[in-house]
Design a protein around this ligand. Structure first.
Ligand code: AMP
Ligand code: MN
Length: 351
């Protein structure tokens, strides 16, 4: 079994979680609004594990799972609601820096087990288990499931793999560690087929999505340094391409395939002058710090927030903040030995 690197404190926390689960009978599991692969994979793996232990489990999310994920085992049983009215012995909340991120009212009535790998979790649970070194919340769920003594069924293993695959940007992000691969290796032994899972997640789109990608990507702009890509979509563009906003899932990662592009900012019009802003970056460039300045959050390489203002003004502000993040990374690379020996573009120098 892979080592879990949980530390003493985390071991004690894990034991408390195991005790709570063992002594309870009914559990509700929730995650953040607009759930992603890590939310769905972590929740469903946890749900199947609790069912194996003979527990009653209800999974509640504010929003539907992304289209391709609805074909994964158990996902159609997820209840879509903005409130919980039933009674439960405990709530397991995953992937949420604060409870409000669920968009589900009523969870605060329960004993909350808070499981998260975001670096800025507010600690809203009765038990709080954080591991910002985990590449996905799914890694933590793997550890917990092993601790519970539940065997890795194919369903559980598939969901943990889904969580890790998607939250690492298909193993691109710097959060990937040897533990990530140790866990994946165990998941493969449990029967997961990476090619099938990847095809189910990424090769399941419709033609409208491809056309929408075409129209959005042809409008990509670069900042004056050529290192930041600015991507934009509004409702009118989506309609014209015959696609929906849901079809824009994944588009933000594409500009990073250009060698010189170090970061991407994606503005998605909510309504009027309000935008959902998503950011992605390479290496040590910290877009989470930028998102936090606007009341959002996320991870170093993937973060988001909501912002109000004219699009021209917002682009200027975000590009400037991201440029500062790139420059501060440049300075730290230049000051380190790694920089002297090849800098962040050297494959062997990357940690
Ligand atoms: P997205 O750009 O929506 O794919 O989000 C990227 C990452 O940032 C994910 O880990 C999200 O959970 C996190 N994130 C996005 N928006 C927010 C927000 N408003 N507050 C906290 N975390 C966020
Ligand atoms: Mn995650």
């Amino acid at each position: 079994m892979p080592t879990t690197q949980t530390g003493t404190n985390n071991q004690a926390t894990l034991r408390r979680i195991v005790e709570t689960i063992t002594s309870g009978r009914r559990f509700v599991i929730s995650s953040h609004a607009r759930p992603d692969g890590d939310s769905i994979g972590s929740q469903m793996a946890m749900s199947f594990a609790l069912q194996t232990l003979g527990k009653e489990v209800v999974v509640v999310n504010k929003d539907l799972a992304p289209g391709p994920l609805r074909a994964f085992p158990g996902v159609p049983t997820i209840q879509i609601s903005n409130r919980v009215d039933e009674e439960f012995d405990a709530a397991v909340v995953m992937e949420c820096g604060d409870l409000g991120r669920t968009g589900v009212a009523g969870l605060d009535r329960f004993f909350i087990i808070n499981i998260d790998h975001h670096p800025d979790n507010t600690g809203y649970g009765q038990i709080n288990w954080f591991d910002p070194t985990a590449a996905a919340c799914g890694e933590m769920v793997y550890t917990l499931i092993r601790e519970l003594g539940v065997p890795l069924t194919l369903e559980i293993a598939t969901h943990i793999y889904l969580a890790i695959l998607t939250d690492t940007g298909s193993f691109h992000y710097s959060a990937v560690t040897s533990r990530t691969f140790d866990i994946c290796s165990d998941l493969l032994r449990a029967g997961v087929k990476p090619s099938l899972t990847a095809r189910a997640v990424y090769d399941n789109d419709n033609l409208a999505k491809m056309k929408l990608f075409g129209s959005v990507l042809s409008g990509v702009k670069l900042d004056e340094t050529g290192r930041i890509a600015i991507v934009y979509i509004d409702h009118e563009m989506a309609r014209a391409a015959g696609g929906t906003y849901e079809d824009t899932e994944g588009i933000i990662n594409l500009p990073l395939s250009v060698k010189d592009i170090q970061a991407v900012v994606f503005f998605k019009q909510n309504e009027g002058d309000q935008y959902r802003v998503s950011m992605r970056s390479k290496g040590e460039i910290d877009v989470n710090a930028v998102a936090k300045e606007f009341g959002g959050g996320g991870h170093k390489n993937a973060a988001g927030c909501t912002a109000d203002g004219s699009i021209d003004r917002l682009q200027k502000i975000f590009v400037e903040k991201i440029r500062q993040a790139i420059e501060s990374q440049d300075r730290s690379v230049a000051g380190s030995e790694e920089g002297v020996n090849g800098g962040s573009h050297s494959v062997t120098a990357l940690s």
